[in-house]
Design a protein around this ligand. Structure first.
Ligand code: 6PG
Length: 433
């Protein structure tokens, strides 16, 4: 009996997505590359999961491909860039017309479009599939952003509907975004917003820690409270959890994490895309820049400037600062999402992809890293108001005052707040005459 779907690549995402498909009743063939150690991993993975009877590991590429029912569907989850080209080159001689290759990694959307064009010469369909939710999402239900060969859009959407996260009404958070690289393009936008949200959260943490001098457990509780407010979402809840984790010696794990952050490239890609298309994605760009600076040799620890947080702290109304931070995160999350949507509309028009923002929000409802009530809030207003009107309606004078207060406090206490400051400057430029 032949199998329903193939997974190529057994990193944490590939392994968990395979198990998710098996769990939904699919017969799954897995393969892990041509090198000997990688081959063995495929066998070991199936041996380790012997209770899952419909998971089949292959160490021979031909046997793997021929184990699949025709027309075949093969999902590749490997590192973006050359590895994707290598895998496609291995598969093409073994595939038939009408087979489909689905790239579920974080490929650049322009690469996806050009791969699709090349493969169409062989009659092979190609899909760029953005998957969000990390390894846990891959296992229990990710958010899925699809795009590529329109001929197989329904079939591929049906396939991923089964394994994706579901919203509160049980609808799959899996959507077809458009032709060519539209799926990977939306995943890139997702990641840019993710970078911006993480940076804003880090800035709030810095103020709570260095200005209000709160402990990690106190900050964890604040984030837990915030997760019941209008900024409730995956990253807010994850921050609360992370801050409460203790190391083996009883100290806080967070205090052992170095303050350097690299990136895999999607953040940089959206920054370049914004500049290419003339769309201001400043909050996202500042988040990317913050990562660059975090690993820059220009950083040094000479304390030439005295941080006057101590003197200021005595005079601060702590509760007011916490409330202002909540507003600041709301403003910044809202702004980065609106900047992302602005870029989607511009690129979608230029590429004739006709991407529906409603579908994007539906895919981001659950399962993804940027899942937040702020998206639901914007989504509810989008059919009635323009992006600029939404900003004005949602960022009222009180919220703006809070944001000004936090950016000023950051400057006075010598704490860099690049994303929050970019949010303020962007908003002022939108609303000022
Ligand atoms: C997700 C994440 C995931 C990962 C990215 C970005 O949606 O599950 O976006 O895809 O976080 O690869 O990684 P970097 O932050 O290292 O660039």
């Amino acid at each position: 009996m032949l199998n329903d779907v193939g997974i190529y690549g057994l990193g944490s995402m590939g392994r968990n997505l395979s198990l998710n498909f098996v769990d939904k009743g699919f017969r799954v063939s897995v393969y892990n590359g041509l090198e000997t150690d990688k081959k063995q991993n495929a066998q070991k993975f199936t041996d380790d999961n012997t209770s899952t009877k419909t998971l089949y590991g292959f160490t021979n590429l031909n046997e793997y491909v021929f184990s699949l029912t025709k027309p075949r569907m093969i999902i590749i989850i490997v590192t973006a860039g050359e590895p994707v080209n290598d895998v496609i080159a291995q598969l093409v001689p073994l595939l038939d017309r009408n087979d489909t290759i689905i790239d579920a990694g974080n490929s650049h959307y322009a690469d996806t479009t050009s791969r699709l064009q090349k493969l169409s010469k062989y009659g092979i369909y190609f899909i760029g599939c953005g998957i969000s939710g990390g390894w846990k999402g891959a296992l229990h239900g990710p958010s899925v952003m699809l795009g590529g060969s329109a001929e197989v859009s329904e079939k591929v959407t049906e396939l991923f509907d089964k394994v994706s996260a579901k919203d509160e009404h049980g609808h799959p958070c899996c959507k077809w975004m458009g032709n060519e690289g539209a799926g990977h393009f939306i995943k890139m936008i997702h990641n840019g917003i993710e970078y911006a949200m993480m940076q804003t959260i880090a800035e709030a943490y810095d103020i709570l820690k260095k200005v209000l001098r709160l402990s990690n457990s106190e900050i964890s509780l604040i984030f837990s409270d915030w997760n019941r407010e209008e900024i409730s979402g995956y990253l807010i809840s994850a921050t609360s959890n992370v801050l409460s984790i203790k190391d083996e010696d009883g100290s806080c794990l967070i205090d052992h994490v170095i303050d350097k952050s690299l990136q895999k490239g999607t953040g940089k890609d959206i920054a370049i895309c914004g500049l290419d298309y003339g769309v201001n994605v400043s909050v996202i760009i500042e988040a990317v820049n913050a990562r660059f600076l975090s690993v820059s040799e220009l950083r040094n620890n000479n304390n030439q400037y005295t941080n006057n947080a101590n003197a200021i702290n005595d005079k601060l109304d702590h509760e007011a600062v916490v409330n202002n931070l909540l507003d600041t995160i709301y403003c910044s999350h809202l702004t980065s999402i609106i900047q992302g949507i602005d870029l989607i509309q511009k690129v979608s028009g230029a590429q004739s992809w006709d991407i529906s923002v409603d579908k994007v929000f539906a895919a981001w409802k659950n399962g993804c890293i940027i899942k937040t009530d702020v998206i639901n809030d914007i989504s509810a207003l989008l059919n009635e108001y323009t992006l600029a009107e939404i900003m004005v309606r949602r960022i009222d004078v009180t919220r703006l005052d809070s944001l000004v207060g936090i950016v000023t406090l950051g400057a006075k206490t010598l704490i860099p707040l690049p994303a929050s400051s970019a949010t303020l400057n962007y908003l002022l430029a939108i609303v000022s005459n």
